[in-house]
Design a binder for this molecule. Structure first.
Ligand code: SF4
Length: 410
């Protein structure tokens, strides 16, 4: 069952980038596939998102669903998305988790989504015919390569359908969103509905195309209510459909179509974001070769510098802690989690996936970036927008996060 109409949910806006360009989307705003048009959500780090969730739960203790829907695509930002899901799962074992994606880069993460008991995944599929798809998408970026025209659509459709199959194999509830775009896919959506029904999709959601300025489709008309109803009627026997096409935003809180309250909007203001992620984890650990720059890979660190804040709000060095010896696989990272159990975040210049998973499961965020320690640590403590810190640190890596051989993280 898809729950947004009955359960109180919160969206955590941790995924700024996108890996495709839909011709109905202006990237000035949140992803149009799932979110309310014309809204721009702030972007949070995973630990800020966890803090934001804690604040939201204090106001709305009945939040039972946590979702990641953007503001870009969750799996164009897989590190941030997966880390947030792990942190939320570690702290709130009962919470229902969901994600919404264009499906291009979902497949490699589905097994871990199942392990994390992510119960609901939405994929937006507007076409199963590459000839129609090439009219809808300007480009697709995959494995660092740009695809255009029919090749782009072919790749996207293939990955979407494979992901759907895998999700169903693992028993995850799936919703397919289809944007109805007159003169482009309005006569094709029935074929899309048949295909996704055949693959076991649990529910279908038609979303009428919303026209806005500065998009490739700005001269297209929005579909009439009659067109949407006719399409719904023609496909109602194939699979269940959502009756409501209301959309929310990437940092939404509430029941579907509710707008964020002022109280919650204030919680997202930079000044309100965490000076420390949680009370019992007041410190930030840093991996550095000389103590000035964040410039060392997690797996190479022999010691971590520990920073905190004094009473006047100034960032201070608390001390240094020895890292567990290299080797020992997962055990090494469990020991590190113990050593740094009072740290909310570790700042490193690189990290492999397996240590990140272990540390996240102990409620510790791993941020991969390079820059001057004092600037970045102070920025995080003072609740600065991560985007500003990233812009100041050109070497920030929000994506693959590890270009090493993997040996460092053994
Ligand atoms: S997937 Fe979402 S964010 Fe990306 S281009 Fe399409 S609508 Fe925009």
């Amino acid at each position: 069952m898809f729950m947004s109409q009955t359960f109180r949910r919160i969206h955590l806006p941790v995924a700024p980038k996108c890996n495709i360009q839909c011709n109905y989307c202006s990237r000035k705003f949140d992803c149009m596939n799932e979110n309310r048009s014309g809204v721009t959500s702030k972007v949070l780090t995973p630990s800020q998102a966890l803090y934001y969730l804690e604040q939201a739960l204090a106001i709305y203790p009945d939040i039972t669903v946590v979702g990641i829907t953007g503001p870009g695509d969750p799996f164009a930002n897989p590190d941030e998305t997966m880390e947030t899901l792990r942190l939320v799962r570690a702290k709130y074992p009962e919470m229902l988790l969901c994600v919404a994606t264009n499906g291009l880069e979902l497949l490699p993460y589905i097994d871990e989504l199942a392990q994390l008991q992510v119960s609901h995944v939405t994929i937006t599929i507007n076409s199963i015919d590459p000839k129609i798809g090439e009219e809808i998408y300007s480009w697709v970026r995959y494995n660092k390569k740009m695809y255009r025209n029919v090749d782009a659509a072919k790749l996207l459709i293939k990955n979407q359908l494979e992901s759907l199959k895998r999700l169903k194999t693992l028993g995850i509830n799936t919703r397919v969103n289809v944007i109805i775009i007159p003169e482009v896919n309005d006569t094709h959506v029935i074929a899309v509905a048949s295909k996704v029904a055949e693959l076991g999709t649990d529910i279908l959601n038609y979303v009428p195309f919303f026209n806005t300025k500065e998009i490739v489709f700005e001269n297209l008309k929005e579909p009439s209510a009659e067109m949407v109803q006719e399409i719904r009627d023609a496909t109602s026997r194939l699979l269940p459909q959502m009756k409501c096409s209301a959309r929310c935003q990437a940092d939404a809180i509430g029941i579907l179509s509710e707008i964020n309250t002022d109280a919650m909007t204030q919680k997202l203001a930079p000044a309100a974001l965490p000076k420390k992620a949680v009370e019992c984890q007041p410190y930030i650990a840093v991996s550095s070769t000389e103590g000035v720059m964040i410039n060392q890979h997690l797996g190479e660190a022999e010691r971590f510098l520990i920073f905190g804040m004094n009473e006047t709000g100034k960032c201070i060095l608390i001390g240094a802690r020895k890292a567990p010896r290299a080797g020992g696989g997962e055990q090494r990272w469990k020991e590190l989690a113990k050593t740094l159990k009072d740290c909310c975040t570790i700042l490193v210049s690189g990290a492999g996936n397996s240590p990140k998973k272990v540390l996240n499961s102990h409620g510790i965020e791993v941020l991969v970036l390079e820059g001057v320690i004092k600037e970045i640590v102070s920025g995080i403590f003072s609740g600065q927008d991560l985007k500003e810190l990233i812009n100041r640190s050109p070497l920030y890596s929000s994506g693959s996060s590890c270009n090493g051989t993997g040996k460092k993280c053994g």
